[in-house]
Design a protein around this ligand. Structure first.
Ligand SMILES: Nc1ncnc2c1ncn2[C@@H]1O[C@H](COP(=O)(O)OP(=O)(O)OP(=O)(O)O)[C@@H](O)[C@H]1O
Length: 252
């Protein structure tokens, strides 16, 4: 008598081809509820923006996806795997650039790019092109470098990599206006080539996610909300774009 192999993990993506699947996630830090039943679904190949003010939970959501934090409730799947259980495999498949980068600060920019390329693979031509476009210096050790140049190096490592999913936490926060405009153009080129997940704080220097992403989720006190709800973020609000991808499926 033969029996079919049993799946080892529950299938949680409802048959959709999801690159990111945060489902009903709650995360508390002592008395603070950073994420309050948050659900975010990103299909493979989609560019998705997460927009909200400081403290709304953007970084916490990304840290859960990066396998660095465990949700108190709910589940997280990245490329259909558990980001904590498969953290090593996902290092190769996911390029995650946190807001502040201090990785291997004894390495020069060029050495860091080589190391990341060894781990994740990279397109050498794209790397050279991005160094030029971002006007990045590659000869300084990270600990002697500016926050801006460190962010450029990490962005180049991510965007020249062969990662299937690129996750950028407030990219552009430390960049000057020219580099931010260049990054916005590069991300627009990336759209459709692989999955992108970006965050934006509308009150800080930022890549406007609405101009790059087909889908935008608003975050307010750890809950998903309409990204166009201006009262959540004050006068500046979030720019609306007329985009069929965005109209077709909302995440809240
Ligand atoms: N390790 C931690 N310990 C205690 N509280 C935390 C921790 N990490 C985050 N928080 C709190 O959780 C809430 C969400 O923080 P989070 O950093 O995720 O927000 P954010 O939207 O990314 O804001 P920012 O852009 O300022 O980083 C905030 O109230 C924050 O103070």
């Amino acid at each position: 008598m033969s029996s079919a192999p049993r799946p080892t993990m529950p299938v949680l993506d409802d048959g959709l081809d999801l690159a990111v699947n945060l489902r009903d996630v709650v995360k508390r830090f002592g008395p603070v509820t950073a994420l309050d039943h948050l659900t975010i679904r990103v299909r493979r190949g989609e560019a998705h923006g997460l927009v909200g003010p400081a403290g709304s939970g953007k970084t916490t959501a990304l840290q859960i996806l990066a396998g660095r934090l465990r949700p108190d409730r709910g589940s997280a799947r990245v490329l259909a795997t558990d980001p904590r259980r498969h953290a090593v495999e996902l290092q190769r498949r996911v390029a995650y650039v946190p807001q502040q980068v201090y990785r291997w600060s004894h390495l020069t920019g060029a050495e860091l790019l080589d190391t990341m390329s060894f781990l994740r693979g990279s397109d050498r031509t794209r790397r050279t092109e991005l160094i030029e476009r971002f006007d990045a210096a590659t000869d300084r050790a990270g600990h002697l470098d500016s926050a801006e140049n460190r962010q450029k190096i990490e962005l180049i490592a991510a965007l020249a990599s062969r990662a299937e999913l690129v996750v950028l936490d407030e990219p552009g926060r430390y960049l000057d206006a020219a580099a931010r405009a260049e990054l916005t153009a590069v991300l627009a080129e990336e759209r459709g080539r692989r999955t992108l997940l970006l965050t934006e704080d509308p009150s800080a220097p930022a890549v406007p996610v609405a101009s790059v992403c087909g889908q935008v989720t608003g975050l307010d006190a750890g809950r998903a909300c309409d990204p166009d709800r201006r009262d959540a973020w004050g006068a500046r609000g979030v720019r609306r774009v007329d985009d069929p991808w965005r109209r077709s499926a909302r995440t809240f």
